[in-house]
Design a protein around this ligand. Structure first.
Ligand code: S3P
Length: 427
């Protein structure tokens, strides 16, 4: 699908972006492993989360309402999954593959997981190696680093794992594998990454403890089905936040946005950039903080984005790069080498496409430097590299590009934000 974006001199409205991707994935996983019904509302019907749900269906879990935002998952209990008859294809979703490897490693059956071209290139050794240390038997290309991966379920042992990377996917994989071990499984991370797995495990009744950068879980819990209300995804809301901030004449309200502090790093950065936004009607739902965000056009100031905030805004760096083009001064993005192993190399993709749009940007191994403010010329075709967040970031840049832009391969947006274009049209 080709997307044509024309410049727009005014943006206004009140919108609700779809459900949080990370929480939606976890609701299916824990709902499936729990005893009894789990009712989910606000589920993200993006392809990534649907792929997680289809995989659990193939392992014998009944899910009512799949494809809509309201679902009922009939949990089969920790040891109730069945061997799937065919390969589990997880499409573009790294979260599905990495978290599910933790669950599959401890089953008493055989599975093969695979994904699309992008997912088949992403490093899995970061979860496969620690799982093997716990007794897992996993085979794949490149010594078990690349999908397709074959998992021969084994009984797993508990252990302490010190992760070299601040990755919620790695932490969650080990904690989920820990459900199948006897005793305590501990994961220590170098900086705090999103903690939805920990919060939800606790909510489902697991014995889960957090002590600074350490999370630990007791094996063989009895998880009980729950009601889950998924908040709007702050990562999706970010495209609209930045669209409003860089537009000359904008006022938007984004409703019901999840503001878990391990996810809301973008708000810390936007405060440093002197963005005009307000949090309205702050509340708590299923242990997750939520608010409406009111945002207006702003004169942004440059800042340095690096260090411990990076895992808290890792998915927002492409759209923050767009914001940086309009900020006064030099914005530095550093310590973000993880961006190179996302759905595409997001540093290289953003640098290449911003340059194509007429923006000056310096590429660094761990980020980029963007002087500002700069006008965005546009008038060209851009490439998403099959990455949903690159496609949506470029679309937002297109709204202020003098000559608009065309994004040639925008189908990927449906992996996380199926109604992105519809919402963009309404504002
Ligand atoms: C996710 C964790 C992040 C993020 C991804 C979703 C999750 O990846 O980029 O979109 O739901 O756990 P890492 O934890 O590997 O950085």
């Amino acid at each position: 699908m080709e997307l044509k974006i024309k410049p727009k001199d005014k943006l206004e409205g009140r919108i609700k972006v779809p459900g949080d991707k990370s929480i939606s994935h976890r609701s299916v996983m824990l709902g499936s492993l729990a005893e009894g019904r789990t009712e989910v509302t606000g589920f993200l019907t993006g392809e990534d989360c649907l792929n997680t749900a289809r995989a659990f269906q193939k392992m014998g879990v009944k899910i009512e309402g799949l494809g809509s935002e309201e679902m009922i998952i009939h949990g089969v209990g920790l040891n109730g999954l069945q061997e799937p008859e065919s390969v589990l294809n997880l499409g573009n979703s790294g979260t599905s593959m990495r978290l599910m490897l933790g669950i599959l490693a401890g089953q008493d059956f055989y599975t093969v997981v695979t994904g699309d071209e992008s997912l088949s290139k992403r490093p899995m050794a970061r979860v496969v190696d620690p799982l093997k240390e716990r007794g897992a038997e996993i085979y794949g290309r490149d010594g078990g680093n690349l999908a397709p991966l074959t998992v021969i379920g084994q009984s797993l042992t508990n252990q302490r794992y010190e992760s070299p990377v601040a990755s919620a996917q790695v932490k969650s994989c080990i904690l989920l594998a820990g459900l199948y071990a006897n005793g305590t499984t501990e994961v220590v991370e170098p900086a705090k990454s999103r903690d939805h797995t920990e919060r939800m495990l606790k909510y489902f009744g697991a014995d889960l403890k957090i002590d600074g950068l350490k999370a630990s879980v007791e094996g063989q819990p009895e998880l009980k089905g729950q009601k889950i209300v998924v908040p709007s995804d702050i990562s999706s809301a970010s495209f609209f936040l930045v669209a409003a901030l860089i537009n000359q004449n904008a006022e938007l309200v984004l409703e019901n946005v999840g503001l878990n502090s391990t996810r809301a790093g973008i708000l810390e950065v936007l405060t440093a950039m002197e963005a005009d936004y307000e949090l309205l009607d702050k509340r708590l739902e299923n242990q997750e903080p939520i608010a409406d965000i009111k945002v207006k056009s702003s004169n942004l100031q440059a800042t340095t984005i690096g260090g411990e905030v990076i895992p808290k805004l890792i998915d927002e760096l492409p759209i923050l790069a767009v914001a940086a083009t309009q900020a006064e001064g030099e914005t530095v993005i550093k310590d973000a080498e993880e961006l190179r192993v996302k759905e595409t190399d997001r540093i290289s993709a953003m640098v290449t496409e911003l340059r194509r749009l007429g923006v000056k940007v310096e590429e660094r191994e761990d980020g980029m430097i963007i002087p500002g403010p700069q006008s965005i010329k546009g008038g060209c075709s851009c490439c998403s590299y099959g990455d949903h967040r690159i496609a949506m970031s470029l679309a937002v840049a297109g709204l202020i590009a003098q000559e608009g832009i065309v994004i040639t391969d925008a189908d990927c947006i449906k992996t996380s934000f199926p109604n992105f274009m519809d919402l963009l049209k309404t504002i």
